[in-house]
Design a protein around this ligand. Structure first.
Ligand code: FES
Length: 104
């Protein structure tokens, strides 16, 4: 189960940019990539690196700035460190509004 929380309008988030947001206590980074919107935890599961500073390295893949672990934003799995997975959250656009899906 998840609850959908509004995070504003899509046009507030320029393409090829990212923004760190705190939504009901969840620290997430919203990426607006040409392939869509993606939300991921702001904390790298390896050693806590800041994923808001991650480099985009693929269609929907990012690389942590600290030790270069890579994560696929579609499901959070690491593409170069298979033991690791970053928490991702679903994003949807409805009636001109963006929503992120949080647990509970
Ligand atoms: S903290 Fe992100 S790769 Fe190490």
């Amino acid at each position: 189960m998840e609850r959908w929380e509004s995070i504003g309008k899509p046009e507030e988030y320029p393409e090829n940019d990212r923004r760190k947001l705190t939504v009901h206590g969840y620290e997430i980074v919203l990426f607006h990539l040409p392939s869509g919107f993606y939300a991921v935890t702001s904390t790298c599961p390896h050693a806590g690196g800041p994923l808001e500073e991650a480099k985009v390295v693929g269609e929907h893949e990012i690389q942590c700035p600290w030790h270069r672990y890579r994560y696929d934003l579609a499901d959070g799995h690491s593409t170069n460190q298979p033991m690791y997975k970053a928490r991702v959250y679903p994003v949807k656009e409805e009636n001109g509004e963006l929503y992120v899906g949080l647990p509970g």
